[in-house]
Design a protein around this ligand. Structure first.
Ligand SMILES: C[S@@+](CC[C@H](N)C(=O)[O-])C[C@H]1O[C@@H](n2cnc3c(N)ncnc32)[C@H](O)[C@@H]1O
Length: 259
């Protein structure tokens, strides 16, 4: 197949919702993936980002592999929420990203706050290797940490800004997700336990010890989880400090402060 836009667009019609965008992303990527292979893998349902190994998020272009969640436009709501809450971009904030995955949240925030420094933690060493590459040249440290472990906070210190987009899909719902998510995003990035809220219970327990007195924690949540997540954090002594909707009008980010 000639590797031109029209041929790829035509071949993907009926298989992809965005055939011409897919073709353009392939053309612009410079990835060593032939037009034939690109079309074959797209037709099998693989996301463009996983085929090309890159995904745009906020103002950056990030490496993605099968070991990390594809950064989602919804998660940009987290970045917007932080920027609204901390408008002085010159301050030397300490930022913690829990479940950093590709590192897209931490790297994007460090791009906005030139004097800040950050720590990204994840249970997956393979994800951390991707995050380190994505944050190359930025003042970020990455370490393996399990937020469910009793010693999670040991050695981390306190932060002005804590962000997390934890796994929040109820286990039983994973089988019903679209194949592009179910088969190509890592299970550890999706599975939030029986009710989808398991990660928030751990994070709420850890949060008071991780925040500076004026610090704020920002959590992405799934559709309809707001009331339950508010209750979980209130029970751990955190004050609700606001919420932000995503572009579809769905409550997507909750903010908490120390009481
Ligand atoms: C939904 S993904 C978010 C990735 C990235 N922050 C983003 O927004 O695109 C959740 C991340 O949490 C990590 N994770 C899952 N369980 C964890 C645990 N117990 N401790 C630390 N990280 C965990 C996963 O490996 C995954 O990278």
């Amino acid at each position: 197949m000639p590797g031109n836009l029209d041929a790829i667009t035509a071949a993907l019609r009926g298989f992809s919702d965005t055939p011409s965008l897919d073709a353009r992303l392939h053309a612009q990527s410079g990835a060593p993936v032939s037009a034939e292979e690109f079309v074959r893998r797209r037709k099998a349902g693989e996301p463009v980002s996983k085929i090309l190994g890159r995904r745009g998020f906020w103002k950056g272009d990030f490496i993605v592999t099968p070991d990390v969640l594809d950064p989602r436009p919804d998660s940009e709501t987290l970045i917007e929420s932080v920027l609204k809450c901390f408008p002085d971009k010159s301050r030397p904030y300490r930022i913690l990203d829990i479940g950093t995955g590709s590192g897209c949240l931490l790297a994007s925030l460090l791009g906005e706050y030139p004097n800040a420094a950050g720590v990204g933690v994840d249970i997956s060493e393979k994800a951390l290797a991707v995050a380190r590459k994505n944050a190359h040249g930025l003042p970020a440290a990455f370490m393996r940490k399990d937020f469910a472990a009793p010693d999670f906070a040991r050695g981390l210190g306190a932060f002005d800004i804590v962000v997390s987009n934890p796994p929040y899909i109820p286990t039983a719902e994973i089988a019903h997700l679209e194949p592009a998510v179910r088969e190509y995003d890592p299970r550890a990035a999706l599975d939030g336990g029986a009710d989808g809220l398991e990660a928030y219970r751990h994070l709420a327990r850890e949060c008071p010890g991780l925040l500076n007195p004026d610090g704020v924690a920002f959590f992405e949540i799934g559709r309809g989880q707001g009331a339950d997540v508010r209750a979980i954090f209130a029970a751990c002594g955190l004050d609700f400090a606001g919420a932000e909707n995503d572009l579809s009008g769905i409550e997507r980010v909750l903010m908490f402060r120390r009481r």
